[in-house]
Each structure stands twice: as structure tokens, then as C-alpha cells.
Write a protein that binds this ligand. Structure first.
Ligand SMILES: Nc1ncnc2c1ncn2[C@@H]1O[C@H](COP(=O)(O)OP(=O)(O)O)[C@@H](O)[C@H]1O
Ligand SMILES: [Mg+2]
Length: 504
């Protein structure tokens, strides 16, 4: 039921990988584009990451007693988002290559459904730009030969991927995405202190009776052995640093996914709230994950950085780092952030891209060179805040704005489809576009019917969609184009009125 016109992307990830490396131009690079988490396994074959710890919102906000494999409802909702919605979105822009996908669950009907959902989402793409999905049970069970590539690239590090040929080594990828490394990079980023933990907790069976009989992934609060003692010492150091930092500041966890782990501390009330959250729960959850295997990565570090106040711009810069350390500019989009500072989507204005490219070129090249110093090549994104510049004669200097890198995402990002769809929208007279996630109480088919006019004219496209076969709910990612920014905001409003936001 393809009612959309054929979508031809300006370029694809596969083409960018070839352009960015003459050495790798003939290598076939497959993609793993799923999310990951460290709180609980997503399916029996997609266990939680224990070495490469990611804090996502379930890890941070679900009570410890519910973060376990009996929580099948949470597992299923994560599986639909992390194993289907998220990878489909990046698969859409991957081009002609293999995408490794993992089953949401391993029943026959479910596997057939997963495949059909992924195929439907790429139905409108130009046949030469369609990826090829290879479904398998989990990261440790990828039929590498069958995937038919020379090496794999991935969006997030998954434990167990080190058995395959990779474009970027796992430790390195995790490190260049960690917030403490950015803080100390020398790049133009807010001044920060990184509170590092020292050492790691011991194995449970070397500790007290409660640890030995404990069956959770967290050190039991009642532990009176070496693990509890170590944890309390580390936690006290973090809390005392949070107490001492002059207000305002921003507190971040070392490695996060899906917009969790950033806390704005603007007043004493905010400070008390984070101290309460960190001392009662968050430190306990995080510090329990530090082991002999991962402590060199400093997963438990906490970053306290200066708050960039009164920003006049909030941008998402996306580009592709070549193996020579140059950058291929993709886009500067403007971020939509909700009142809790969570990323909800981005808008792009195609007419402004040339001017923005000129303005962001120096900072983009600086980041590319820094990533090159870690031998990274591939997609990258930076969240950049703009301020009016240092006061001159007591007045804000708006003629000399300053750019501050507040976050680096060295991977594909949710807004990467926007530059690649520039031609698609511009050919239709649409100069602005936005992509965002939605939850709807209907099927894909009925959603498309509701927005039939928009789909037929190419103003609206589905990047990714997953209909829950056990209910009448769908989660999706759509991109919407409009003539100008004002019309775009109205279009987004119209869609938002009949949909909910996806929370990660
Ligand atoms: N130092 C800072 N000063 C002011 N705002 C910040 C700072 N750091 C982050 N932010 C705001 O919070 C948002 C989320 O922070 P970010 O580090 O990008 O975390 P995430 O991992 O959730 O993307 C940013 O896009 C930015 O708008
Ligand atoms: Mg960010």
C-alpha cells in the first residue's frame, strides 16, 4: 500500500563511508543500529551490557526491585523501541548494505512481524538505496558469513561484538562517546571537573552473606562487607563534590542513551534534589556496575560542568569524519528540547544550510581532527549552544557569538535523515523539515490513511514504525516537510495533537 512517491536520498551512509576512506572504499560495511541498556536483558539473546555500561531512563528511573528479567512488560517495550524503532530509523538512510537486526522475541509470528515492519518502512525508498535486513537472535549470535560484509559498524557498543571484524574497536568507541573525555578534550566545551571513581567492587561471592545470597545486579544496601564499604566511599566522594560545586552547574553521568543522565542545577533546591536522587539510588545503581572488566573505562565518572547560560541558539551539527581527519558537512539543525531538557526532535531550514556550514566549519573541523586522533572514522553529531559572546563595555556582544560543544554523539543520530532528504523536500518547494517520534493508538495503515494527502504529496514520510502485535498501539518516527518554519511548526502541532511522544 505504498502511497508515498519514491524517496530518493541525496546520499546514504554507505556512500559516505566510501567517500570518507579510499582505503575502505571497496569494503562492505554492515550496520548494527540498535539501542542498548545495562539495567536488564531486552530478550534472552540480547542481554544487558555489563562491560559497556549505558545509563538510559529505565536504568535511572525504574526502581531497583523492578530491574530484572521478571519485568517482561518493560523488556517488551524496550525490545520494540531499541531493537526495531531505533535501528529502522537509521537503516532508512543506510543505503545499499546489510543491516543486522535482532528479534523482538523469538516466536515465529513475532519474527515474521519484525521483518515485515522493517520492510514496510523502507518500501518507498529508491530501490538502489534500500538496505538489506539480516535478522538474528542476538549480538553473540550474528551469522557473520551470512551477513555478507567485510566488517561491521555499530551505533552503540554491545557486549560480545568483539568476536567480529569491526570498523571501530569497542573500547575506543565507548571512550570517545563518554562525557568525561569530552570535558578534558581541549575542544571548546564548558569547563568541567570530572569526578572519577577509584577501583571497582569485588565479586559478590567474596563479600558478605547478603551479597552471596543476593540475586540482583546491585550491591544490596544491607551489605556489610568490602563491596558496601567501597561503594559508600565512592558515593561520598561524588556527593561531596556535588555539595561543593558553585551554582549554577550541570551534572552528567559518563555514558547515557536516549536523553537520560543530564541534570541542570540552577539553585539550592535543584542541588538538594540531585543529592537526594544520587545518594538514595543513582550512585548505588551505577557504582554496582563497575567491575574489574570495565573500570579502566571509568563508567561511574560524574561530570560537573559550567552551565552555559542565556543561550541564543541550540544546534545539532551532523557530519561525517573521514579517515584523513576531514569532515563532510551534513547539516546544522535546530534542537527542540522539552522543559526537562530531553531531546524531542530537530528542525532543519534548508535555505540556511550554506550560511550555517560556513559558520560551523571551524568547530566541525576541530572536532573531526580530535576524533581522528582516536582513529575514528564515521558519522558524528555535536550539540552546540551559542551565546552572545563576552561582554564588551559592559554589554553583551552579539556581533561575536561563541559556540560551546555541550555533547558529542559519535554515531548516527535521529536528525541525520534531515540533510539526506534535502533534495526530496526541496523538489517539492519545502524548505523546512523535522523528524520526531510518536506513539499512536492505531495501526500504520490507519495512520497513513489519516494523513493520506501529506503522504501522497511527499510532505510526510515514515522512517520507522512498529505496530505492537499485542495491542492497537504503534510507535513510529516520521519526518514532516513544510514551505517555511512557521508552517512547519503548525504541521508538527497538527500531528502532535493526535499522537503522544515516545519516552525512552
Ligand atoms: N553545560 C551546559 N549548559 C547549558 N545547557 C546544557 C549544558 N549541557 C547540556 N545542556 C542542555 O541539555 C541538553 C542535553 O544535554 P546533553 O549533554 O546533550 O545530554 P544527552 O545525552 O541527553 O543528549 C543539551 O542539548 C543542552 O540543550
Ligand atoms: Mg545531546
Amino acid at each position: 500500500m505504498a502511497i508515498s512517491p519514491t524517496i530518493t536520498l541525496d546520499t546514504t551512509l554507505t556512500e559516505l563511508y566510501k567517500r570518507a576512506s579510499t582505503k575502505n572504499a571497496d569494503r562492505r560495511i554492515g550496520q548494527i543500529l540498535t539501542g542498548a541498556n545495562s539495567g536488564l536483558s531486552i530478550t534472552p539473546n540480547f542481554p544487558r551490557n555489563t562491560k559497556y555500561v549505558y545509563q538510559d531512563s529505565p536504568f535511572n528511573s525504574v526502581p531497583k526491585s523492578e530491574l530484572n528479567d521478571d519485568n517482561t512488560e518493560l523488556q517488551r517495550s524496550l525490545a520494540m523501541k531499541y531493537l526495531s524503532l531505533v535501528p529502522q530509523r537509521d537503516a532508512f538512510i543506510s543505503g545499499d548494505t546489510a543491516i543486522v537486526m535482532f528479534h523482538v522475541d523469538d516466536s515465529e509470528e513475532q519474527i515474521a512481524h519484525d521483518k515485515s515492519e522493517a520492510e514496510k518502512s523502507i518500501e518507498s525508498l529508491d530501490p538502489q538505496q534500500k538496505p538489506r535486513f539480516v535478522f538474528c537472535p542476538g549480538p553473540r549470535k550474528i551469522p557473520f558469513e551470512e551477513v555478507g560484509v567485510d566488517a561491521l559498524a555499530y551505533k552503540l557498543v554491545l557486549d560480545g561484538l568483539d568476536q567480529y571484524p569491526l570498523i571501530v574497536p569497542l573500547d575506543k568507541h565507548w571512550i570517545i562517546n563518554s562525557k568525561g573525555v569530552l570535558a578534558n578534550s581541549g575542544l571548546p566545551t564548558p569547563k568541567a571537573e570530572v569526578i572519577e571513581t577509584s577501583g571497582h567492587s569485588q565479586e559478590a561471592d567474596l563479600c558478605c552473606a547478603d551479597c552471596q545470597s543476593g540475586n540482583t545486579i546491585f550491591i544490596p544496601p544491607s551489605c556489610n562487607g568490602v563491596r558496601g564499604k567501597w561503594l559508600n566511599e565512592q558515593s561520598d566522594r561524588i556527593i561531596s563534590a556535588i555539595r561543593q560545586r558553585p551554582i549554577p552547574f550541570v551534572l552528567k553521568n559518563q555514558q547515557t542513551f536516549g536523553g537520560a543522565g543530564t541534570y541542570m542545577v540552577k539553585n539550592e533546591e535543584d542541588r538538594e534534589k540531585v543529592i537526594k536522587d544520587f545518594s538514595s539510588d543513582l550512585n548505588h545503581k551505577m557504582l554496582s556496575q563497575i567491575t574489574a572488566e570495565n573500570h579502566h573505562l571509568k563508567p561511574g565518572a560524574v561530570i560537573l560542568s559550567d552551565l552555559v547560560s542565556d543561550p541564543i541558539g541550540d544546534y545539532g551539527l551532523t557530519f561525517f569524519v573521514t579517515d584523513r581527519g576531514d569532515a563532510i558537512f551534513l547539516a546544522v539543525s535546530e534542537q527542540m528540547i522539552d522543559e526537562n531538557s530531553a531531546w524531542v526532535g530537530s528542525t532543519i531550514n534548508y535555505s540556511r544550510q550554506d550560511a550555517l556550514e560556513k559558520r560551523f566549519a571551524p568547530i566541525m573541523n576541530q572536532i573531526a581532527q580530535w576524533l581522528h586522533s582516536y582513529d575514528y572514522y564515521g558519522p558524528a553529531g555535536a550539540d552546540i549552544l551559542e551565546t552572545a559572546g563576552k561582554p564588551r563595555n559592559g554589554e553583551l556582544n552579539s556581533s561575536n557569538p561563541e559556540l560551546h560543544i555541550v555533547d558529542l554523539n559519535v554515531r548516527t543520530s535521529g536528525s541525520m535523515c534531515l540533510p539526506l532528504m534535502k533534495g526530496h523536500f526541496q523538489r517539492r518547494g519545502l524548505r523546512s523539515a523535522s523528524s520526531f517520534s510518536i506513539v499512536v493508538k492505531e495501526s500504520r495503515e490507519s495512520f497513513i490513511k489519516r494523513w493520506q494527502k501529506e503522504f501522497e504529496s511527499g510532505r510526510m514520510c515514515i522512517l520507522s514504525w512498529y505496530e505492537d502485535p499485542k495491542g492497537v498501539e504503534s510507535i513510529g518516527d516520521v519526518v514532516v516537510g513544510a514551505e517555511d518554519e512557521k508552517t512547519l511548526q503548525q504541521e508538527i502541532e497538527r500531528v502532535r495533537k493526535t499522537t503522544d511522544e515516545v519516552t525512552f
